[in-house]
Design a protein around this ligand. Sequence first.
Ligand code: ADP
Length: 510
Amino acid sequence: MVLERIYNEVDIIVVNPLNIMVIEDNPGDLRWIKELMNGDKNINFNLECFEYLSKGLKHLNEQDFDLILLDLTLPDSKGIETLLKTLEVASDIPIVVLTGTKDEDFAIELVKKGAQDYLNKDKVDSISLIRSIRYAIERKRMELELLRTKNELSLILESSSELISYQNKELKIVWANKAAAESVDLTQEQLVGHYCYEIWAQRNTPCVDCPVLEAIKSGSSQKTEKSTPDGRSWIIRASPVENKKGDVIGAVEITLEITERRKAEQKLEESEENYRQAYNLANFYKDLFAHDMNNILQNILSSIEVSFLYHQKGKKYSDMKELLDIARDQVLRGANLISNVQKLSQLEETKIITQPTELNIYLKKAINNIQENLYEKEINIRYKLLDQKIIVQGNDILLVLFENILTNAVKYNKNKIVEIYIKMSKMKKEGVKYIKLEFIDNGIGVLDEYKEIIFRKGYKKDKTIKGMGLGLSLVKKIVMGYKGEIWVEDRVQGDYSKGSNFIVTIPEVK
Ligand code: ADP
């Protein structure tokens, strides 16, 4: 039975009276509560009373209450169950339990379960009842406020895409947000208690330069960038956490994954580098043509003009032959330059694709081409092939490679008879088998200080030096593409003037 409403308003006029629900089935106790409440004229309240728990709880849907005074022994519910059922429905309303028990442990259990306070009916007086109601309301307000702040904080931390964790001084994870857990496909609970370096770096000891450890040691915030074994990149910030005494007790780690950003930066750097190289290359070709082609054309023009003069003076063909030879040489030089530039630019654009290639075929072809060229020198090329069939990891550009080396051996030679000896041998380096070719000539040789730079593209600053300075850079590029090596030694060690030995190694295919 619903007890009649006892008070609508008490005599003190207060703007907002407290709405209190009393769930109590004993009319004597109820009357007594009413008297105690009236004992304090400073409190303005409405009491709404219910004999049954179910009815009281149902009424919570219809009206707002500031507090529930709850008797645990009711016709439809007994003991701690009464409190638990009330909490289920009224988790945000302060509850003061009215007990007849003297059992202190039970009373404390009630508070632990969620009651704000308990009152022993036998001991309570007006002052303690009113004080308990006020404290209960205030305590609940603070509890709800704390919960709200906690929920807000947790919402912020959980919705962050940054990985956030709190670690103790031993770097054990005490708390981690959702993003942190999802980054390693674990749940937040699974992370707790593990060392951070175990989880993210798959290590048994802290990482070198760990910012969290540094923040704990130094007591100041740290920031660093790191890569993990799975190839991802991160920006890690760590801030020390202090207790009230000012002692560091752990650190908060906030980590942002920047793998995609890094990749984009790398791509940008690569494309900038490619652009720079292309720009340099374009400049290089421009210079080459501007200087060297001009020079070639100038030489041809001079030869032709002088030929005209000779012709006007009625000179014989034999006198003019030298000029015609010059013009022809210059045309060949120009043609050679164009073909080398073309080949080089092709090699710049594409990676050199290699395949098992028969070396002897290209070597013999290059030797023939050189010998068929009209040089004013006698050319004597000797060679000894290792086997009839030598297979290397190369391609048909082998011909360009050999032709360039052989042409130089003829070109940079002041002897009437050019002697070239091609020596072939096998060697092994770091487990890889190579074919070693030595092009030994009796030419002018290469000074020690030039032995390396002659293989660099456009190394020549002094354009008065004969030649383009392009052939050997092309040759080196090809050899590198084959994963081989090229260098030059003296034919007679220590005396460069006796001729040079250009050595090429190319990986052999078994
Ligand atoms: P170029 O012949 O157009 O100068 P290369 O790149 O073919 O370009 O050669 C670079 C330089 O290396 C030559 O200018 C020359 O000084 C030197 N050189 C190349 N081969 C020989 C050789 N067999 N003997 C002496 N010097 C050589």
